[in-house]
Design a protein around this ligand. Structure first.
Ligand SMILES: C[C@](O)(CO)[C@H](O)COP(=O)(O)OP(=O)(O)OC[C@H]1O[C@@H](n2ccc(N)nc2=O)[C@H](O)[C@@H]1O
Ligand SMILES: Nc1ncnc2c1ncn2[C@@H]1O[C@H](COP(=O)(O)OP(=O)(O)OP(=O)(O)O)[C@@H](O)[C@H]1O
Length: 301
C-alpha cells in the first residue's frame, strides 16, 4: 500500500514588523511579531519515482511546479540531510493567497518538511527541523510552529508569545502580488540617509496580545514595510480606507503586501467588513479568519 502524509499549515499576519537598516548579507534585522491565522494550505506527500509537484486551488496557476517551489526545496533539503533521494509526489491544496505577504510559500515549505519527515521517519529533532526551515526562508520556521511568536534576526530566531484570547481579522486580497525583495528594496530607498533605529518589540503590543485585548491590539499594530508597499502599490490606500470606513478597528498592510489586514471586534463585524470591502471594488476578494492558529500539523485519517 502506498502511504501518504498530509500536513495542514496556516497563513500569518505580522502584528508588528519593525525593520532595521540593511545588513551586510542583504537581509534586515527585524522585530517581527508573527500571528498565525486560520487560513490553511494542505500539503500531501506520496512516495513516487521522482520529485514532482502539483497544486490545486483558486491561485494554483501562479504557483511554480518546478524545483523552485518551496515545498520541493524542503523535500530536497531534508532528503539531502538524511542521504536519500526526495522521491515523493507533493500535492499542494492552496487556500493561502499567493505572493500576498501571508507567507503562503513558506507555509508549504514547512508543511512539506514535516510531511516528508513523517513519511521517512527520519527521527529529526524539532531543533533540526527548525534549522532546515531557517535555511529555506526567514518566515518558514514560524510556519512550522504557528501560534504567536517574536522573530528576531531576519525573523527566524523565534520566542513564543502568549496570547490570551481570539482575534478576528478580515484580509483583503489584491489583484497581483508584490515581490518581497522589491518591498524591502523600496524600504531602503525611502529610508536612505535617515537613521533607521534598531528594531525592538513593542511592550504595548505584547501586553495587548497577552490580555486578549482587541482594542489595545488595534492601537499597537504596526508595519514598517507599509509605506514601501504603498509606494509600490498606491491603490492599497483605497482598500485600507474602505475597511476603516466599514468599522474595522485597525487597518494595515500584511507583511510585504499587497494583502491588507483589518482587525475587527467580532465575527459579525468581520462578515460586515468583508462584505463592505468586496462591494467597495478596491480588492479582488475578502477572507475572514481568526488568530492565533496552530502551526503545521500532520492530519490523521
Ligand atoms: C516580509 C516578511 O514576510 C515578514 O514576515 C518576511 O520578512 C519575508 O520573509 P521570506 O519571504 O521568508 O523572505 P526570505 O525568503 O528569507 O528572503 C527574501 C528576500 O527578502 C528580503 N528580506 C527578507 C527577510 C529579512 N529579514 N530581510 C530582508 O531583507 C531579502 O531581500 C531576501 O532576499
Ligand atoms: N509553494 C509555493 N506557494 C506559493 N508561491 C511559491 C511557492 N513556492 C515558491 N513560490 C514563489 O514564491 C513567490 C512568493 O509567494 P508567497 O505566496 O510565498 O508570497 P508571500 O506570501 O508574499 O511571502 P512572504 O509573506 O513570506 O514574504 C511566488 O510568486 C512564487 O513564485
Amino acid at each position: 500500500m502506498t502511504r501518504s502524509v498530509t500536513v495542514r499549515v496556516p497563513a500569518k499576519v505580522n502584528a508588528q514588523l519593525a525593520v532595521g537598516a540593511p545588513r551586510a548579507d542583504g537581509f534586515h534585522d527585524l522585530a517581527n511579531v508573527f500571528l498565525a491565522v486560520g487560513l490553511y494550505d494542505e500539503v500531501t506527500v506520496t512516495p513516487a519515482d521522482r520529485l514532482t509537484v502539483t497544486c490545486s486551488g483558486p491561485d494554483a496557476a501562479q504557483v511554480p511546479l518546478d524545483a523552485t517551489n518551496l515545498a520541493a526545496r524542503a523535500a530536497t533539503a531534508l532528503a539531502g540531510r538524511y542521504g536519500r533521494t526526495p522521491d515523493v509526489h507533493i500535492h499542494i491544496d492552496k487556500d493561502i493567497p499567493v505572493a500576498g505577504g501571508m507567507a503562503g510559500g513558506s507555509a508549504d515549505g514547512a508543511a512539506a518538511l514535516l510531511a516528508c519527515d513523517a513519511l521517512w521517519s527520519t527521527g529529526a529533532s524539532r531543533e533540526e527541523l527548525l534549522a532546515l526551515c531557517a535555511g529555506l526562508g526567514s518566515d518558514v520556521p514560524f510556519s512550522l510552529v504557528g501560534g504567536a511568536a517574536l522573530g528576531l534576526g531576519r525573523g527566524e530566531l523565534l520566542t513564543p508569545v502568549e496570547v490570551g484570547g481570539t482575534f478576528h481579522w478580515v484580509f483583503a486580497v489584491a489583484d497581483g502580488g508584490l515581490s518581497t525583495p522589491a518591498v524591502y528594496g523600496e524600504f531602503d530607498r525611502l529610508t536612505a540617509g535617515t537613521d533607521v533605529p534598531e528594531p525592538t518589540a513593542s511592550a504595548a503590543l505584547l501586553t495587548a496580545l497577552r490580555a486578549g485585548d482587541t482594542t489595545a491590539l488595534a492601537d499597537a499594530l504596526s508595519n514598517d514595510l507599509q509605506a514601501a508597499a504603498l509606494s509600490l502599490r498606491p491603490s492599497l490606500a483605497a482598500t485600507l480606507a474602505a475597511g476603516t470606513s466599514a468599522g474595522a478597528l485597525a487597518a494595515l498592510v500584511s507583511g510585504s503586501g499587497p494583502t491588507t489586514a483589518f482587525l475587527v471586534a467580532d465575527e459579525e463585524s468581520a462578515e460586515k467588513t468583508a462584505h463592505a470591502l468586496i462591494t467597495s471594488g478596491t480588492c479582488r476578494s475578502a477572507r475572514v479568519a481568526v488568530s492565533p492558529a496552530p502551526g503545521a500539523t500532520v492530519q490523521r485519517p
